[in-house]
Design a protein around this ligand. Structure first.
Ligand code: HEM
Ligand code: HEM
Length: 427
């Protein structure tokens, strides 16, 4: 079916009754599918959904630096200046920094590892060797997945669960005026989001693990990176790059949100009915039993996809911004009251786990994009069309190459002159 035809299709036809292509593209879901079609109008459904994994706990770490605060920071803003980052200290910057000594970081993690707390048999003999521990974790994960699949498949044979799946097939109720398809602007926004996100995660991890900053950078007072009320803090070049990318990523995100609401496209990712909850459970069960919900992302996302997309756009992204600002050069650290109300420890406790959530989301999301009809899905997002030819994949490959080029161009060698335009570089 062509794009035009799909768009022209009357609303009732679009929902409930799957388009011919959709029906052929996706195997029918045993139990609920038939009844789904009989659901009242204005209910649409969809297919591949990235299951949003819960963020993992932050890993303990022993080294870091990068976001050094060279200027004497407001003590209220940074509770233990001497322990921050090393760079605050004059003379040669310390090469390493025990994470546990940084304010608000890794409470207990590093300490228990070093104090020789009693270890069990596994921890002492097997798990003390890193690769053995990795194999053990992998083995346990495989067993957990197998058990999950067996339990989910068994559940689907029980009459109660079957009637639940019949009642909630996995697609949330959508407003009648929900648009069909993915417009070109959304593809561009989505591309720029990935482009910046890749570089932001990379610079974030560099900040976290950097032993020695490639250079330092101090913003001009009352400038883009150090507005009125903030102290021009000396930070690593990596942190400058992280923050510069943040500006572009947030600008892109704001344009995305404005367009989302200006075009009704928001209806596809913002829940408007509580039935999204049981439907998400239903979709979860269908994924877990390896009989995946019907795939039809051009028309609607399933409840789990909707919740995952909603959470990433409207929860994770704002949390990353709010927590990041707290330890950035933008924070008005002269305002000690504000710094007391919003302690830096809170921001630290949020920022890294949010990154883990972004990464976990992306892994599951991309896995499902590729395993639920890659060509068609990529055409949706990268070519704005509901076809299963190679165009979308071609555009996607070009977008990966562009992102790869940016990866190379954002090395310190190329970034120094750019950073120099926004502040003063130093060793
Ligand atoms: C406007 C948005 C953001 C701002 C203002 C911001 C700002 C910052 C700053 C200032 C640091 C240095 C912290 C320090 O001194 O240790 C940092 C670290 C980091 N950022 Fe961001 N960031 C933002 C968004 C993001 C996003 C979207 C991600 C990933 C999805 C991310 C991942 C990280 C990571 C992994 C670190 C290292 C954290 C650690 O050492 O524990 N940031 N960020
Ligand atoms: C290589 C990486 C990625 C690929 C190939 C990809 C691909 C796609 C595709 C094909 C869709 C449409 C799904 C469908 O038609 O069923 C989609 C939707 C979406 N993706 Fe991605 N994605 C990637 C990375 C990301 C990242 C990193 C994020 C955010 C952190 C993200 C957020 C979203 C959101 C929010 C939607 C729903 C957009 C809407 O309809 O308003 N994606 N993605």
């Amino acid at each position: 079916m062509t794009n035009e035809e799909t768009n022209a299709a009357p609303r009732k036809q679009r929902m409930g009754t799957a388009t011919p292509q959709a029906a052929s593209a996706a195997p029918k879901v045993e139990t609920p599918a038939g009844e789904t079609d009989a659901r009242p109008a204005a209910k649409t459904r969809m297919g591949a959904s990235p299951a949003a994994s819960a963020p993992a706990a932050p890993a303990a770490r022993t080294t870091r630096m990068g976001s050094d605060t060279g200027m004497p920071a407001n003590p209220a803003a940074v509770p233990a200046p001497a322990t921050r980052m090393g760079a605050a200290a004059p003379g040669p910057a310390p090469e390493r920094m025990d994470a546990s000594s940084r304010a608000g970081r890794q409470p207990g993690h590093a300490a228990s590892a070093k104090t020789g707390a009693p270890k069990g048999f596994l921890a002492g003999s097997l798990a003390s060797v890193p690769w053995k521990r990795a194999m053990l974790t992998l083995g346990l994960a495989v067993v957990a997945v197998v058990v999950l699949v067996i339990v989910a498949r068994w559940l689907r044979t029980t009459p109660d669960v079957q009637s639940f799946l019949g009642q909630y097939p996995g697609h949330p109720t959508l407003p009648d005026t929900v648009p069909t398809g993915l417009p070109g602007w959304l593809g561009w926004q989505h591309f720029f989001n990935i482009f910046f996100m890749v570089l932001i995660v990379r610079t974030g991890l560099q900040i976290r693990h950097e032993k020695k900053a490639p250079a330092h950078w101090t913003p001009e007072p009352n400038s883009l990176f150090s507005p009125k009320g903030s102290t021009p803090k000396k930070v690593s070049l990596t942190q400058w790059l992280h923050q510069a990318l943040d500006i572009l990523w947030v600008a892109n995100g704001l344009v995305f949100i404005v367009l989302l609401f200006a075009t009704s496209q928001w209806m596809r990712i913002v829940p408007t009915d509580w039935d999204v909850v049981p439907n998400a459970l239903s979709a979860m069960l269908q994924y877990a039993s390896l009989e995946w919900p019907t795939e039809n992302g051009w028309i609607y996302y399933n409840a789990l996809q909707m919740l995952a997309y909603f959470s990433i756009v409207f929860l994770a992204a704002p949390l990353a911004v709010i927590s990041g600002i707290r330890f950035s050069t933008w924070w008005p650290d002269q305002n000690s009251r504000l710094s007391r109300i919003y302690p830096i420890e809170v921001a630290r406790a949020v920022h890294y786990p949010v990154m883990l959530y972004f990464v976990a989301f992306t892994l599951v999301h991309v896995f499902l994009v590729f395993f639920t009809g890659a060509l068609r899905n990529l055409n949706h997002m990268y070519a704005s069309r509901d076809e299963a030819d190679w165009l979308g994949l071609g555009v996607f490959v070009v977008s990966v190459l562009v992102t790869g080029a940016a990866w190379i161009l954002t090395k310190p060698l190329f970034m120094r002159p750019v950073a120099g335009r926004f502040g003063t570089l130093s060793k």
